[in-house]
Design a protein around this ligand. Structure first.
Ligand code: DSN
Length: 432
């Protein structure tokens, strides 16, 4: 075995002791290698990340923060957490960084509890218009604690009307306003949101989980440059790191944020995750990374133009970031679930998605959502995006044509062979 992702000895042990899980792992490597990943919140982590996630840092308890821990033996954990915090501050031009959140929802919840009291009003984007679950959806636990109010996008433009956001803020007097989304294909007007927050005396936070890597690479605007109080980002999406979250904030919020994460929300931090974050944040400062971030946006533009030319109806008419939402119901007469399944058959993975004011239910919505970080991180460029759009259009026009789908599956497989997934280049061949 010459694969880079896991140590050979550990893998041999796994094969011997649990062939069920070993085989699932091998199948997943093949699935990821031979298909084109377009889920916009996914990407392929740097190979170095696998090395650290599979490392002895997994074994260490480290409650507390560098220099103030509750257990001994912290000389190396202190070193990596300090590196991760300093690099995060440097990459995002932040006054303070907390790198301990285990993942996205816990990260945002820690911010709410740090800055607010139960019952306070939070203004965030409606999930059915592109917002995120952790910004106050009624099914979440946070909905029982805080009072969430929502802004929406306009129909038919699909864009946020800032004056409407201002009116909601004036009426509801939020203590915190959130910019952030999971399916809004446009840049936010951070300066405009900051002005509204100032007018109503609210704190302002941006959850840039989808775009963290694009901000780090200088391809998109950084909310912290607009005086935001807090910015959160997960680390496993466009950033290409381990699963996890980072909270960046002004110095005045540092102590409240740190206490809210530990001991408020969590116990022992996942030090293997933090080690991998530290390395990811070093790699995020390279010229290669800047080129990757710029290419993610270029690829999204090329994909958008080719799909528009082929008759696709894009929500907002295009994209300014890494993601696209297509109304498949109006453009192709099929719901998003049918599109998702047909595309899956040709090796293109994306997700069905509601469109703003969707007349259809979430499991049979009117659209699909997809993006370019993963394909870009394996080296695909403009030519591949045009080819991809062409394949997608054929599938969307004839989702039940099994012979066509089988032919297109071979085309995507051939394309994937030319662009190995970082870190599992030799996986399949090596283990035959
Ligand atoms: N599940 C992620 C997304 O797809 O947007 C966010 O948590």
């Amino acid at each position: 075995m010459t694969n880079f992702t896991y140590s050979e000895a550990a893998l041999d042990r796994l094969r011997a002791s649990d062939s069920d899980v070993f085989n699932a792992l091998m199948r997943e490597e093949v699935r990821q290698s031979e298909g084109i990943e377009l889920i916009p919140s996914e990407s392929y982590c740097f190979p170095e990340v696998y090395a650290l996630l599979g490392s002895v840092f997994n074994n260490k308890y480290a409650e507390g923060y560098p220099g103030r821990r509750y257990y001994g033996g912290q000389e190396n954990t202190d070193a990596i957490e300090t590196l991760a915090r300093d690099r995060a501050k440097n990459v995002f031009r932040a006054e303070h960084a907390n790198v301990q959140p285990l993942s996205g929802c816990a990260m945002n919840e820690a911010v709410y509890f740090a800055l607010l009291q139960p019952g306070d009003v939070i203004l965030g984007m409606d999930l059915t218009h592109g917002g995120h679950l952790s910004h106050g959806h009624p099914v979440t636990n946070m909905f029982k604690v805080f009072k969430y109010v929502r802004y929406r996008t306009e129909i038919p433009s699909g864009l946020i009307d800032l004056e409407k956001v201002r009116q909601i803020a004036l009426e509801t007097k939020p203590k915190l306003i959130i910019c952030g989304h999971s399916s809004y294909p446009r840049e936010y007007d951070y300066a405009g949101f900051r002005k509204i927050a100032d007018e109503v005396g609210a704190l302002i936070m941006a959850d840039v989980s989808h775009m963290g890597g694009l901000i780090a690479g200088g391809a998109l605007k950084n909310p912290l440059d607009f005086g935001f109080d807090v910015m959160t980002t997960t680390t496993h999406k466009s950033l290409r790191g381990p699963r996890g979250g980072i909270i960046l904030c002004k110095k005045q919020h540092a102590s409240a944020i740190d206490k809210s994460v530990f001991p408020g929300m969590q116990g022992g931090p996942h030090m293997h995750q933090i080690a991998a974050m530290a390395t990811m944040l070093k790699l995020a400062q390279t010229d290669d990374y800047k080129a990757y971030a710029a290419q993610v946006l270029t690829n999204a533009q090329v994909l958008a133009q080719a799909l528009l030319a082929g008759g696709a109806h894009l929500v907002t008419g295009g994209t300014e970031n890494h993601l696209l939402v297509i109304n498949t119901a109006t453009g192709f007469g099929i719901t998003g679930d049918i599109a998702e399944k047909a595309l899956d058959k040709v090796g293109i993975t994306l997700n069905k998605n509601v469109i703003p004011d969707d007349p259809n239910p979430p499991m049979k919505p009117s659209g699909i959502r997809f993006g370019t970080p993963a394909a870009t991180s394996r080296g695909m460029g403009e030519g591949e995006m045009k080819q991809l759009a062409n394949i997608m259009l054929q599938v969307l026009r004839a989702p039940a044509d099994e012979a066509l789908l089988a032919k297109l599956r071979e085309e995507t497989r051939a394309m994937c062979k030319r662009f190995p997934v970082p870190g599992i280049e030799n996986g399949k061949e090596a283990r035959k």
